[in-house]
Design a binder for this molecule. Structure first.
Ligand SMILES: N[C@@H](CCC(=O)N[C@@H](CS)C(=O)NCC(=O)O)C(=O)O
Length: 200
């Protein structure tokens, strides 16, 4: 199988962390592309209806797209246990919260990096950061219990989301006033799967 991805994409990083946590690095070739809505990579255009990454190319089967579809597929294929049935709804909800953080962060990143400076809209940026801050404040209260749980896909999504905030919005310092989340990420971010996929 091949994973069309970018080393900077947080959505692709979730899949890449899962692959490493499942010990299946040999099974998937990671193909790095550069793509954006303004210049869609041809491989991405050919395999994803709305031209986004990640995409999983499979022998003799349709490509799979959307990171959450790919992570569910690989988890089931390999029996990785990252969506444990006894905690499924909690794991899926944490995964969705982390995804919402990444969705808002990406909206902000595109606004700042792709839109011409004179067209950028500060209220829009602030509104999306407020969504992120609200989610992180809630997660700050839950971070202690996360440390006690075995790794799951919700935690992977959260670790990737926080890593993306460090990459794009370090100056906003999400760690300030969130010591428990900071401590959790210190531990989680040191996992080999996270270190190996750290965006450069
Ligand atoms: N919901 C999708 C989001 C994927 C996504 O937006 N990926 C970004 C890269 S981080 C992308 O391909 N952007 C290019 C574009 O929007 O054309 C997923 O989880 O896979």
């Amino acid at each position: 199988m091949k994973l069309i991805m970018s080393p900077l994409s947080p959505y692709a990083r979730k899949v890449r962390v899962l692959i490493r946590e499942a010990g299946q690095g040999e099974e998937i070739e990671e193909v790095a592309v550069s793509t954006s809505a303004l210049a869609t990579d041809p491989q991405v255009k050919a395999s994803h209806p709305t031209g986004r990454i990640p995409v999983l190319l499979r022998e003799g089967a349709r490509p799979l797209h959307d990171s959450r579809v790919i992570t569910r597929y690989l988890d089931e294929l390999w029996g990785a246990g990252l969506y444990p049935s006894d905690r499924l709804w909690e794991v899926l909800t944490l995964e969705a919260t982390a995804e919402g953080v990444v969705d808002s962060a990406l909206v902000m990143a595109y606004e700042m990096r792709l839109r011409p400076a004179e067209l950028q809209w500060q209220d829009w940026l602030d509104a999306h950061w407020a969504k992120i801050a609200n989610a992180l404040d809630q997660l700050e209260h839950e971070a202690g219990s996360l440390l006690a749980q075995p790794i799951d896909m919700g935690q992977i999504a959260l670790g990737v989301a926080l890593g993306y905030l460090d990459l794009r919005f370090a100056a906003r310092d999400w760690r300030r006033d969130r010591p428990h989340l900071d401590e959790w990420f210190d531990t989680f971010g040191a996992r080999a799967s996270m270190v190996a996929t750290r965006p450069a």
